[in-house]
Write a protein that binds this ligand. Sequence first.
Ligand code: HEC
Length: 290
Amino acid sequence: MFSIRILTAALLAGTGLITAGAAYATPDWSKAASRTITVVYPGVSPIEWIRKGVDHSGARGMKQGETCVNCHEKEAADLGQRIVTGQKIEPEPIKGKVGSIPVKVEATHDGTNLYLRFTWKQPPGGGPKMDPDNEVKLAFMLEAGKVELANLGGCWSSCHNDVRTMPGVKGDKTKYVKDGSLANGVFYDLIQWQSKPNKGRDGYIADKRVMEGGKGLVEAKGEKKGDTWTVTFTRKLSPNNEGDINLEPGKSYNFGFAIHDDHTYGRYHHVSFGYKLGIDADGDLKVMKQ
Ligand code: HEC
């Protein structure tokens, strides 16, 4: 028995499988920053709506630097409920969908990689299968302070009234940001995990959304145990690549994420407000080196 095991190990080492395995370090999650963040069903609330005082009374507060979190975090579940039921800004409510999902978000780093783990309970489903392949997708964005309003509103600056799946839109335009430009650093770094084939894509949003070319993502993996999803990302702190943000110790970055639950696509997702990820620095999540 013993000799067979040695032989197997030697064979694996020969194929390089053992060294490849060692490249994915597992962090000590007990040392991670942790926060429960509620993602909400946003209905039709593109940044144009958010900024218009007659539609959204928060617009004035935003001009004075108030964040969505300041005004909405405590009542996030109620806000999602008003929208998902069609009481507000949702012309096509999907029956049975929940208005919000509380997600446990954990973050840590080891000087080489950022580790992010998202855990939530699968809400009831049964809506139309817009994306038949993927039961669930989870995407997060990082931003270094150049996208207009990203410091107040997380991902909302990429959401516009003329993109695909918005009411009345026929084209296939994807998310974008005002004056988006990789060369000028005006972009969101975007990483998405898909349940099928259980892996990640690494892209960005500048003048349009691009789902490839990123060099930051090391691994994205998800699993469902019982009714609980856990999705884990390993991402290089400093990919040194156009379209990827280098995360520097002592600085904080804008962060937001979204879940496409129950085979949805486009705008039919649940979205977080904007948070700050501090790398060895203050933030809504203080991500300290372990
Ligand atoms: C200064 C406080 C304030 C800020 C900042 C603010 N809001 Fe609001 N928001 C409100 C108030 C008050 C309402 C309800 C009345 C209304 O619709 O104007 C509201 C309504 C909404 C609604 C409609 C659903 C509902 O419950 O009425 C959405 C969606 C929304 N806000 C999203 C956001 C997002 C996203 C941000 C950040 C980009 C944001 N808000 C920033 C105060 C704020």
